[in-house]
Design a protein around this ligand. Structure first.
Ligand code: HEM
Length: 411
């Protein structure tokens, strides 16, 4: 189907005060890069007055983003972390959109599910599930990497984390997609449908909670939530909100890093050659993919008091958007930021996982899943050829793909 493409203005043809990088069309068409370049160079803390999501402050340089993210006393995460005001009536509370002390208590309840020791215990199961997917790929035939590999593997990883009934794991993908659907993102669900489907999700997870709460404490996310004093008395909607956070948090992000890794290595054959010659580069390649892809384009905050940033006065109550996707391309923080280089000296120097008290809880799990994927790919395939244009998601929040046609070439 041919989708009509909206013509988007060249950012350099606009008056600076009219520049708003938030239009989802920009991201879908990959036209956002020059908007951010101009803002970083000419107005790094930029006030967007009107526009679809305005008014808000656009923060585009690495160091300013780190400042906002690490000053949660000045910049609150309540009531929501997406650029717009919550779009729907039905927005269950979750700890990513809370401030201390409640945020800290709830995060502490679940963080052990992704601590190094627990990851080491999960590694062989995640590897086994990865191998099954790769060994069943069609050979010499074009298929969509997003559906067959990225979504499937991410769903399997989430099922492992929740100790979710494995044969019903596609429910997790479905609920995640429904949870993030909305008027600005699409998805085709009415608000009522969305609410009903998420209430089904709650009811399914309530059964799991009831089974786990009476059992011995275990390390899966549901057991942790049901046993911890900070979360065991949550009301049902808060349980649902935190489930959505944990499902969505790990889903689109890891999924799009996997698809991004295939695209990046296909588009940069010299880097792929380096990787094949030295597989010890897999971990730093994974970090570079996560920087280059920046799976979440932004997070937003609200100023708790008047604050000066970059010579501008942000007033109490105003919205502040940290554009991670721009900070990761800031030449003052990262050398040659537009290039994909798998052996950078400091590959973890990126902003894709945020900073401060909300720094991504699943960062090491995501890295492990990608490392295992590439270890297993390199054992099996000579290369993964991208055979057509990627189809990108229409969003200023999720930086990702719904389609990536590939053919795999076995060794
Ligand atoms: C490449 C993959 C991933 C990326 C790029 C990513 C990115 C992020 C970002 C940007 C934040 C907010 C940081 C901030 O506000 O400072 C975040 C928070 C979070 N992420 Fe991830 N994430 C990824 C994978 C995962 C996985 C696999 C999980 C599964 C458990 C997860 C769970 C969470 C949770 C629970 C939070 C909220 C933390 C808090 O509020 O304290 N993420 N993530």
């Amino acid at each position: 189907m041919n989708v009509p493409v909206t013509a988007l203005p060249d950012p350099y043809s606009l008056a600076l005060e009219d520049l708003d990088p938030a239009n989802p069309d920009l991201f879908e068409q990959q036209k956002h890069w020059d908007y951010f370049k101009r803002l970083r160079e000419e107005d790094p803390v930029h006030f967007v007055e009107g526009g679809e999501f305005g008014p808000y402050w656009a923060v585009t340089k690495f160091k300013d983003i780190v400042y906002v993210d690490t000053h949660h006393d000045l910049f609150s995460s309540v009531p929501s972390i997406g650029i717009g005001e919550p779009e729907l009536d039905f927005e269950p509370p979750m700890f990513i959109a809370m401030d201390p002390p409640k945020h800290d208590e709830q995060r502490r309840a679940v963080v052990s599910a992704v601590m190094p020791q627990r990851l080491a215990e999960m590694e062989s199961l995640i590897r086994q599930r990865t191998v099954e997917v790769l060994d069943n790929l069609p050979i010499g035939e074009e298929f969509n990497w997003v559906d067959e590999v990225s979504i499937e593997l991410t769903t399997r990883m989430l099922a492992t984390l929740f100790d979710f009934p494995f044969e019903q794991r596609s429910k997790l993908t479905y609920w995640s997609d429904v949870a993030v659907s909305g008027p600005n993102v699409g998805g085709g669900y009415s608000e009522e449908e969305r609410r009903d489907i998420l209430m089904d999700c709650l009811s399914f997870f309530t059964d799991l909670w009831n089974q786990r709460v009476s059992g011995p404490p275990k390390q899966d996310l549901i057991s942790l939530l049901s046993h911890d004093p900070a979360t065991r008395d949550m009301d049902p909607l808060e349980y649902l909100g935190n489930l959505i956070l944990l499902i969505v948090g790990g889903n689109d992000t890891t999924r799009n890093s996997m698809s991004g890794s295939v695209l990046a290595l296909h588009s940069n054959p010299q880097e792929f050659a380096k990787l094949k010659a030295d597989q010890a580069l897999i971990p730093s390649m994974v970090c570079e993919v996560i920087r280059w892809q920046t799976p979440l384009g932004h997070m937003r905050r609200k100023a708790t008091q008047d604050v000066e940033l970059g010579g501008k006065l942000i007033k109490k109550g105003q919205r502040v958007v940290m554009w991670y996707v721009s900070g990761n391309r800031d030449p003052d923080a990262i050398e040659n930021p537009d290039s994909f280089i798998i052996d950078r000296a400091n590959p973890r120097n990126h902003i894709s996982f945020g900073f401060g008290i909300h720094r991504c809880m699943g960062n090491r799990l995501a890295e492990m899943q990608l490392r295992i994927l590439w270890e297993e790919i390199l054992k099996r395939f000579e290369r993964i050829e991208v055979t057509g244009d990627p189809v990108r998601i229409h969003s200023n929040f999720v930086m990702g793909y719904s389609g990536l046609p590939v053919v795999v070439h076995p060794i």
